[in-house]
Design a protein around this ligand. Structure first.
Ligand SMILES: C[S@@+](CC[C@H](N)C(=O)[O-])C[C@H]1O[C@@H](n2cnc3c(N)ncnc32)[C@H](O)[C@@H]1O
Length: 259
């Protein structure tokens, strides 16, 4: 079999976020539960403007738009934004999708709610992570709310080496590695065996880097959020209803804060 290497955008973005994610059994039901949770804890009412930061392939943005919200969604990956636009048009809903970097959010007091879902926070160093929160703060109206849906650092998922069957091939995922002294979850190598094209697809250096996530504890994230001006920080232990208190054993660490 021929071996080829792909970069971050093609490998992670398309293979993982579109082909892999959309093949997970029950994922649409899960997304619906997450979206209903966001609507309730953010206190959104139909017609409100919502910002989906790092929206990936647009699955949550489109569900929010279908429920009557005015949604803007952006992601660093142009190929994911293209997939997101296709999804919105298949579902016949308007969503303002665009390509952008979460460190450069420049909206001014426009949104009632802003979400970063599926642990899309902590990709950078501390200062840049703070910049993401500052931009989000500026983008929210007074009383608007931010929601961060994060892994619980005290109850991390059990990562193991796994094979997943996808349309057109098999994905081999290596486990993540938790670098405890750095407080960072290091990205994992993965390989896709494309049985249709007869290719083994590997990640190049660009795809292997850029996958680290800083694992903030509840106290650390609360400090950071308050430093940028947010108030009333709330913590939940799940990203679906009913609202669950946050504890060491919680499945998620969801942080909600008000501008
Ligand atoms: C774990 S995925 C989550 C995607 C989506 N929110 C979901 O729940 O399916 C993280 C996303 O962050 C995006 N991303 C990474 N760095 C980014 C940046 N600097 N600015 C905006 N998006 C970024 C990736 O392209 C990817 O789509």
């Amino acid at each position: 079999m021929e071996h080829i290497e792909l970069g971050w955008d093609e490998f992670w973005a398309y293979l993982f976020r579109v082909r892999h994610r959309r093949s997970i059994p029950g994922i649409q039901h899960y997304d619906n539960l997450v979206v209903d949770f966001c609507i309730e804890v953010l206190g959104l009412v139909e017609g409100d403007e919502v910002l989906d930061i790092a929206c990936g392939a647009g699955d949550h943005s489109v569900l929010l738009a279908k429920k009557g919200f005015n949604v803007s969604g952006f992601d660093l990956s142009a190929s994911l934004i293209k997939s997101a636009e296709e999804l919105a048009s298949e579902n016949n809903v308007p969503v303002n999708f665009f390509t952008g970097d979460m460190r450069e959010i420049n909206f001014v007091q426009r949104f009632k709610g802003a979400v970063l879902l599926s642990h899309s926070f902590g990709f950078f160093n501390h200062e840049e992570n703070r910049k993401v929160l500052e931009g989000t703060y500026n983008a929210l109206v007074e009383g608007g709310k931010l929601l961060l849906d994060l892994m619980n650092p005290y109850n991390m998922p059990k990562f193991s080496k796994s094979w997943t069957k996808l349309k057109g091939g098999y994905l081999l995922s290596e486990p993540h590695f938790l670098d405890a002294p750095a407080g960072v979850l290091r990205g994992r190598p993965a390989t896709f065996v494309d049985t249709e094209k007869g290719q083994i697809i590997l990640m190049n250096q660009d795809a292997l880097s850029n996958n680290d996530i800083r694992m903030y504890t509840a106290l650390e994230i609360q400090d950071l959020i308050e430093e940028v001006g947010f108030s009333k920080v709330e913590l939940f232990g799940a990203n679906k209803l009913p609202r669950m208190p946050y504890a060491a054993s919680s499945e998620r660490m969801v942080v909600v804060a008000t501008r």
